[in-house]
Design a protein around this ligand. Structure first.
Ligand code: BDP
Length: 595
């Protein structure tokens, strides 16, 4: 799925700023046709942003159910002869959209884009009313899952993932225009042979007359034309290629054009980084060279904005990655804003791109109180419908991000139940579908500590081992000697699989400013000692191909006895990006390798 852009034939308009907003606790809006006029009792709401932390009332902040957004917007003059599309980058978790009184599109899933062709409902120069009914309720069938707990004092939403259920229009909304026949999708896969870069591509066109001639021109970073080709699919060769490398996100501009004779019908400029990724035994190879992942599991999580995207915060976070020597991160536990992916492309930061399938492990008691434990996979819990939604999330993630050179691994789930036959039945087709959607990148999932080597039944379907481990925190707390012993023992087991091992999570909750000469849990000293023992083990196990500390920064969670001030405090930085002592420890280690 292509991101909107301005080109010779395309125009865009961002619809951000203040929208009208109403809660709909009785779910009356559709019956009462709220889309037909002004929303009742509306307040103003920022887009992009979560709605939750805008309010100062608990019931509004923790609200779950239906809620509505509305805005009047002018379709630009000059779009008379064009196809006009309305695009949402993310509405959490489900949405139904009307343009004036016409239902335009419905979408399930809170972290991937969706769009509607609204050409038939609108005209250039006209002001239209866009209305969105969103819902942030989680069920056993949604990805991520959750459920409503009905108690004598009311209902509450419970879920198995350890981050606050922020909701709203989290990313920009767009109107954009294209020709009536247009480039619908482009897929590129890159390779190189000695000095020659290869861009294999496939273009699909759609609309009125989708059989136009396709022409491609590739420009280097100095805007020099370096290669060209034609045809709906093929391979373009670039002599003396400048590869996209970790830390050096060199990008070409590949301009894809549709022509009717000599007449330009549509053009789309795709940024392409030429690089390869491949696994060989225990090595993770980028451009045929072994790569070691240094970085973090992160969250989209900000004060006031919640999961709303902010360019300024994004830039600052990447500055901190640079400062600390990180070369990669995981989009735990959902695909991030497309702007983040674009910027990672530019910066040469590698990304493990994760779907929103987190919390598919209902037998473990997580920090979030999710009610009684239940079997994860059953007709009443995660079932065929859940699996279908999960498949949709995998396909949408890959379809959105497949052309980003920064994406080097797909993670199809975080810590799912993985030791039962039911898990195999649920996941085997998902691994197959992911591989079918993209065979050019390794596929994995983050394994939970309760499913260690010899017990986990899913890792054999993955191309690499990704482990979330908490020896020294959720077990052996305060006893780092035992933690080190257990960790080493487990990693030596996994090494027998002859696959690269990335530790996708390891970390200890740490209250910034808490200190102890005894390095006791929760202090900054403990976090440092904890990291040190992990690093000692990683350095002695050859198959370890990377380390992602949990977490980059402290982040908001649901309330729980293990969460202080409503946050998971495993951040190396505080929520407002102040370094804890661990940040300096990591910088010492990571910069040593780096510079
Ligand atoms: C892991 C989860 C992560 C949590 C972390 C923790 O993958 O989302 O935040 O534990 O408890 O199980 O800190």
């Amino acid at each position: 799925m292509l991101k909107p852009q301005d080109s010779n034939t395309r125009n865009t308009k961002h619809i951000t700023g203040l929208w009208d907003f109403s809660f709909d606790p009785g779910d009356m809006g559709i019956r009462e046709k709220w889309y037909a006029g002004k929303l009742p009792d509306a307040v103003r709401m920022a887009v992009p942003s979560s709605f939750n932390d805008i309010f100062a009332e608990k019931s509004k902040r923790n609200y779950f159910g239906a809620f509505w957004y509305q805005i009047n917007v002018k379709v630009p003059n000059g779009w008379e002869n064009d196809r006009i599309t309305l695009r949402f980058e993310s509405v959490t978790h489900s949405a139904c959209v009307w343009v004036n009184e016409n239902e335009a599109v419905r979408h399930e899933g809170g972290y991937t884009p969706f769009e509607a062709d609204i050409t038939d409902y609108v005209s250039a120069g006209e002001t239209i009313r866009i209305t969105v009914r969103a819902d942030n309720t989680l069920t056993f069938q949604t990805i991520p899952p959750g459920h409503i707990v009905d108690s004598p004092v009311g209902k509450r939403l419970a879920y198995w993932h350890d981050f606050f259920n922020y909701a709203g229009i989290h990313r920009p909304v767009w109107l954009y225009s294209t020709s009536k026949t247009y480039i619908d999708d482009i897929t590129v896969v890159t390779d190189f042979e000695e000095e020659t870069g290869i861009i294999k591509y496939d273009v699909t066109q759609a609309g009125l007359n989708p059989s136009y001639r396709v022409g491609i021109k590739v420009y280097d970073a100095n805007k020099e034309l370096v290669a060209q080709g034609s045809g709906k699919s093929g391979a373009i060769k670039i002599k003396n290629v400048h590869l996209w490398e970790p830390g050096n996100g060199y990008l070409y501009n590949a301009e894809f054009c549709l022509y009717d004779g000599e007449k330009l019908i549509d053009d789309y400029v795709l940024r392409v980084g030429v690089r390869t990724v491949r696994i060989e035994g225990i090595k993770f190879l980028v451009n045929e060279k072994p790569f070691y992942f240094r970085g973090f599991g992160c969250h989209e999580d900000l004060e006031i904005l919640g999961k709303g995207h902010s360019d300024a915060h994004m830039l600052h976070d990447f500055e901190l990655y640079k400062w600390i020597g990180a070369n990669s991160f995981r989009t735990s536990h959902y695909p991030y804003s497309e702007d983040v992916m674009d910027y990672a492309d530019e910066q040469g930061i590698l990304v493990i791109d994760e779907t929103p399938a987190v919390g598919l492990n209902m037998n473990i008691s997580t920090p979030v109180v999710a009610g009684s434990t239940v079997g994860t996979f059953s007709p009443e819990t995660a079932n065929d419908k859940t699996q279908a939604n999960h498949l949709g999330a995998i396909k949408e993630t890959i379809s959105r991000d497949k052309n980003h050179p920064c994406v080097v691994i797909w993670s199809i789930a975080n810590e799912p139940e993985s030791k039962t036959d039911a898990a195999v039945e649920y996941f085997k087709p998902l691994f197959e579908a992911a591989r079918k959607a993209d065979s050019s990148r390794p596929i994995g999932f983050a394994n939970v500590l309760f499913s260690p080597y010899g017990i986990c039944k899913l890792t054999k379907y993955a191309d690499l081992v990704m482990l979330n481990r908490y020896y020294g925190w959720y077990s052996e707390i305060g006893d780092l000697k035992s933690a080190e012993f257990q960790l080493r023992k487990e990693l030596e087991g996994w090494s027998k699989d002859n696959k690269p091992i990335i530790i996708t999570e390891y970390g200890a909750d740490t209250l910034a400013g808490a200190h102890s000469v005894l390095a006791s849990p929760w202090t900054e000293e403990y976090q440092v000692e904890f990291l040190k023992i992990y690093h000692r083990v990683f350095d002695s196990v050859e198959a370890v191909a990377g380390e992602h500390v949990w977490n980059f920064a402290d982040f908001e969670t649901a309330s729980g006895v293990m969460r202080v001030d409503g946050q998971n405090m495993k951040g190396v930085f505080t929520r407002d990006r102040k370094p804890k002592a661990a940040a300096f420890e990591l910088r010492r280690r990571w910069k040593r390798d780096n510079e």
